[in-house]
Design a protein. Sequence first.
Length: 352
Amino acid sequence: MRIAFVSMYTEQLRADGATRRMRRVSERLAASGHDVSVLCAQWWEGEVPEFEQNDVNYIRVTETPSAPKFASKVPFALRRVKPDVIHATNSPPTQVTGAKTAARFLRVPVVVDWWAEREGDSSSACKRAARGPKRVIAPSQMVKTDVREYGAPEEAVRVVPESIDFDLVREAEADDRADILYSRHLDQYANVESFFLALAELRDKDWRAAVIGDGPERAEAEQTAADLRIDDRVEFLGELPPEEFVPIMKGAHVFAQTAAVEPFANDLLWALASGCVGIVEYQARSSAHELVVNCDRGARVTSPQELADEISAAAGYSQESINEEFASFDHDDVLRRYEDIYADAIEDYGWF
């Protein structure tokens, strides 16, 4: 299958949840034998109009990011690629409009992978982006609700979660350096303060904690731990690849999820699969609670005090290093869901 991804931003140019998701999916599709192109703003050096990396062909639409210019040029780039299906990311939403223009001439369906709106994405442009595609893919029920509110019909929206390497979870050895974990990019939405406030309530208990992740708010997080006088029991491990953080999750007992914004809580998914008891502090713009709704080893709370109480209660759970309930989130299983959506969209193709 010839699949053309349309995304002005790529992870190499602007790393965030949306671009990381697009790169993972595009590279796995290419590894599975599909012909995959990414139409984007140029992120590589030199004058060459195309650049191949990990079997994915990146095609320059514009030299630098410019939403209006990109949207106007992407139909011509798509005509040259001649894909069987167009996979567009939702932001900037004008690129979806450009993709739909090309799709009418090429007579192929557009699938939009909706992660989150970025600053500058207007409500009217998002509505146009949500209403036109044959299929819209959302990572969670929360994001599906957002897309439905923009006008996407119920029957067009499919939930496809993030994925993990479940074979790695099965095979990794446990590293028991920490009892309680927090893991996420430490940005303005990390809300690691709630995690530390809960730990401070448990000073009289015997525990070791670790924070996995890095980012612009790391220094402030370290200072908060020091101010609460728990820094001697909290280890900051920085950014780690799955091969290094999975053993730590398998050796831990509790994983706390407190981030304020999370279209999909991928770190929580890894931790639950690795046997952790997952405790989620409910946040209006986070979908994390969806992963523990029907999970025997999970709980939802609404405050640091409740989080502390649930961490204490988690002592009643057995120590586990794998949870087979999450095997369906394996990379291969989730990739097949994308392939099925493409095939379904092609079969159901009609005029927009």
